[in-house]
Design a protein around this ligand. Structure first.
Ligand code: URA
Length: 208
């Protein structure tokens, strides 16, 4: 697995804006989608192209198109929804596979409460989206689920990642690439990323 911390100035700038605690829900939401778009640009750089031709204004022109790549975007509910439109802005034809995972407070395991996967998922590249890679539990459970469904090309986009979560995902799934806007310092005792963004779901949905 490779972890790519995106160094683009626009990503750095927008993440700096998102860290401000007093930001409005509207601005936080917009910035999350914008950063998701920039991460998508980076995560799709290896898509293969093939030649085709179109009828241009002065005759036939040889152009390039993405070579038959089927994609499913996989938001981990609820916060992953906050990045969805940003990804679809660049891959509008992608199917969306929604996954709901909650921590069981008794077993401390990640329990799946929703699994609505796109058809022919075994033939698709899966792009998982979740703003915060904290302990890694939800991401690992989602990758487990996608692999069990036959997915072979899986990547993940996150806004902020904690070193602890990165290490866990790396160990469990060394073949999955993660594109993140920031690698932060650590997790606190409550499982929040420091300095992080706070509760990304609450900030996206205005529920704090
Ligand atoms: N989920 C969040 O929303 N924030 C964190 O810091 C960790 C997990």
């Amino acid at each position: 697995m490779a972890i790519y911390e995106i160094q683009h100035p626009l990503v750095k700038h927008k993440m700096g804006l998102m860290r401000k605690a007093e930001l409005s829900t509207k601005s936080f939401r917009e910035l999350a989608q914008e950063v998701a778009t920039l991460l998508t640009y980076e995560a799709t750089k290896d898509f293969e192209l093939e030649h085709t031709s179109v009828e241009g204004w002065c005759g036939k022109v040889v152009v390039q198109k993405i070579a038959g790549k089927k994609v499913t975007v996989v938001p981990i509910l609820r916060a992953g929804i906050g990045m969805l439109d940003g990804v679809l802005a660049l891959i509008p034809g992608a199917k969306v596979s929604a996954v709901g995972i909650a921590r069981n407070e008794e077993t401390l395991q990640a329990d799946t409460y929703l699994k609505k996967l796109a058809g022919e998922i075994d033939q698709r590249m899966a792009i998982i989206i979740d703003p915060m890679l904290a302990t890694g539990g939800s991401l690992i459970a989602t990758i487990d689920m996608l692999k069990a469904a036959g997915c072979k090309d899986i990547r993940a986009l996150t806004l902020v990642s904690a070193p602890e979560g990165i290490a866990k995902v790396t160990t469990a799934h060394p073949d999955v690439d993660i594109y993140t806007a920031a690698i932060d310092q650590c997790l606190n005792e409550d499982g929040y990323i420091i300095p992080g963004l706070g509760d990304a779901g609450d900030r996206l949905f205005g529920t704090r």
